[in-house]
Design a binder for this molecule. Sequence first.
Ligand SMILES: [Zn+2]
Length: 358
Amino acid sequence: MSAGLQPEEFFQSARERASQMDVGRGDAVVERVRAAASALFTRIPEPPVYRRAEDPSRKVAQALLPEVEKVLAEALAAGRDPAMAPALEKLVAALLAHGEALVHTASGRLEAAETAWRRALELERAAHPTRHLVSAPPRPPPVFDKGTKTSRYDPRPAPQASVKLVCPNTGCKRVGDYAFLTNHAYNRFVCPVCRSPFLAYFGELRGLEVEVRRSSKRYFFTVDEVGGNGSSRIEFEEASGQEFPAARRDLLAFLYTDARELKVVVNLTNQRLMWVSPASSCFVVTVAFGEGAPELVAFRAYRDEVLGKSALGRGFIRGYYRHGPSVARWVARRPVVRSGVRWVLRRVHDRLTRSGDA
Ligand SMILES: [Zn+2]
């Protein structure tokens, strides 16, 4: 009976489980526990924002708790080796905080869940080995000195990190080293081989949902922007069927052509990449304008950059993907409706282009 489950009971049962476990010793054990935790973290959802009857997130939280307990027990067992304890300390703290958040979510205590979840994300970040690459640089002293009332020029170079990226021009695909400014999520590059300009959006993975469909996969990425300017949601449908291993806090780069078409997602933490071969990803708009139309590009950019940033917009996108294909089929069979849809979308496009959003 979990309606009144408290974090202490969860911790106690993880400790008991750990005391009966023998996981072995050494670096390999630490790496195994770290990988298990990392894979688990990506599947832990944010606590719901408001209370609903029959909220599915409560069931999800309940279903995840035994897995968190298992990994936590393994981490505690591995940490009995004094040589390994320091390496696992932060991971144990993150697992404990996630366990606490899930216990609260499962019992419908949403405010407590939210607090624990935020702390868990901080601890997760602290436990992640690639943190140094993207953590905010130490704050420089103010350029304007209030005491002396003088301004000074800050001669230090902007913080940079070097990463391997691939040219998103599909006729080139050359891999090269690029230096990016870690205080900006968007960086513009030019491929030294084919001279194509491209845009990279850098973020740390916060959550990844993959919906497997009959002939494609739909990816929902939630990322915290590098530079600490907030988070955003990037969604697309992918037809090639490839795997894209990613764990929470991995550093990702989304590479766009100059026309703002997403071409590649690069996981800079494990050096894996995924070429995006779109599977009719903009149903209604695709029907009205055809693939590659400028209206489609503007609409997609609007979807990714504007709608994806608000809760209402994300709701719209979800509804759009759920009902989009059937609406599109219906529209395709009716030329009059088709031209009507096209008219509306063109108005939207004009507004977007004029307001500078697209
Ligand atoms: Zn190139």
